[in-house]
Design a protein around this ligand. Structure first.
Ligand SMILES: Cc1ncc(COP(=O)(O)O)c(C=O)c1O
Length: 412
């Protein structure tokens, strides 16, 4: 094998494809055909979503799980069920998918960004504390990449200030925090089953809770404001049809049977890769907290410190891609830098909050460093393979590091 960098004409470290996604087989086909042939395609008619909700709730040690159309709606329903008043503040990280913050806007509340920790990529409890005002009503930690946020510290802060915690567990299916499933620790949890997620049916989401009253509110909001025992055309709260369909339920039931084993594989491989990459100067895989019993590795997160590694992130990523490693830089800007927030292009929402809301003044330095200079992501399906796959990734990094001086010749 040529030792020259592939980006400079050498041969690539990795030429075989990595594990693809989604993974499916006869079980999905059987369930889907069963749902199709039953003629019961809606959640209120069939058994698949109901079965999935029961199983998902049980797996989280939660009394309730409410299947909905996606993981954005699930966040909004959780906020609405929690009774977050219009114009009040909800603390969110800026290093997350858009939905974490826009769900807050769609609930007519104000997203307030608190910085993340540079090493864990998760919401910093100290930054959360500093962001609390008399208007704060909730905190929405994201379990970024699948590593649970610092829930103990956040729960203490929430108790002290009487705040609701809604966990955005869109990345964290089957992740464990001190043996407790992510999404079961705050008052409400929210998951996404969109195509890229570790548990998927194409599009879908779910809300989890142990609180009977919150569950009842979620069920009503996702079902046109209906209530148990009420009439079909009796609508009690602002709501819509957000119900998950039976075909999605069928796929999820089959996918759920695979999740435990897949999660253990991802966690084992993720730890193996992190151990190898940590030995390379300037590379910092997401620091695993002592409380993380199991990481779901929806994303393998990494920082590349260009000063120490010896070459800028963009060049490293390009070189790795040429070596056959599908790596990317992740979120390019903190959410508050998105035009949507800078311009407060909120449509009909938050129309009364006025000039107090100025996202151009927000600064979250750790998030900015990660977005602009250091962040790198590898996706979950790579971690369903073998330890030899991890060794190939590590070897590509080692090769790029070894030849870092040659990277100056690469046109970016
Ligand atoms: C952290 C996070 N929250 C929420 C969502 C929203 O989920 P969905 O795409 O199912 O609406 C996503 C999806 O990518 C996400 O990554």
């Amino acid at each position: 094998m040529s030792n020259k960098l592939a980006i400079l004409g050498g041969s690539a470290v990795r030429t075989k494809p990595f594990c693809g996604w989604p993974v499916f087989g006869e079980a999905e086909e059987r369930r889907l055909m069963g749902a199709l042939r039953s003629g019961k395609w809606g959640k209120l008619d069939g058994d698949e979503v109901a079965e999935f909700e029961r199983r998902f709730a049980a797996m989280h040690g939660c009394k309730h799980a409410i299947g909905v159309v996606n993981g954005t709606v699930s966040l909004r329903i959780a906020l609405m069920a929690a009774g977050i008043p219009a114009g009040s503040e909800v603390i969110v990280p800026p290093y997350t998918f858009l939905a974490t913050a826009t769900a807050v806007v769609e609930a007519n509340a104000v997203p307030v960004f608190a910085d993340i920790d540079l090493e864990t990529f998760n919401l910093s409890p100290a930054a959360v504390e500093a962001a609390i005002t008399p208007k704060t009503r909730a905190i929405m930690p994201v379990h970024m990449g699948g590593q649970p946020a610092e829930m103990d510290a956040l729960m203490v802060i929430a108790r002290q200030h009487n705040l609701v915690i809604i966990e955005d567990a869109a990345h964290a299916h089957a992740a464990l925090y001190r043996q407790r499933p992510a999404g079961s620790i705050g008052q409400l949890g929210s998951f996404s089953f969109q195509s890229s997620k570790n548990l998927t049916c194409g599009e879908g989401g779910i809300v989890t809770t142990n609180d009977d009253r919150l569950a009842e509110a979620c069920r009503s909001i996702h079902n046109c404001g209906r209530i148990t025992g009420g009439l079909w055309y009796e609508h009690h709260v602002m709501s819509a049809n957000y119900r998950l369909g039976e075909f999605q339920g069928a796929v999820l039931n089959a996918q759920l049977d695979r999740l435990e084993e897949q999660t253990n594989t991802r966690d084992r491989n993720g730890q193996h890769l992190a151990a190898r990459l940590s030995k390379i100067p300037g590379l910092h895989p997401q620091r695993r907290t002592a409380e993380t019993t199991r990481h779901s590795y929806h994303l393998f997160l990494l920082r590349i410190d260009a000063q120490v590694f010896g070459t800028p992130r963009t060049a490293v990523l390009r070189a790795l891609q040429a070596e056959g490693i599908p790596i990317c830089g992740g979120y390019a800007v903190p959410l508050y830098r998105q035009p949507l927030f800078r311009n407060k292009a909120f449509g009909p929402y938050l129309s009364n909050t006025g000039p107090a809301l100025d996202y151009t003044a927000v600064r979250c330095p750790n998030c900015e460093t990660i977005c602009a200079e250091q962040g790198a992501w590898l996706e979950q399906s790579l971690f369903l393979g073998t330890s030899a796959d991890m060794d190939d990734i590590a070897q590509a990094f080692e090769k790029v590091y070894e030849h870092r001086n040659a990277l100056g010749k690469v046109q970016l």
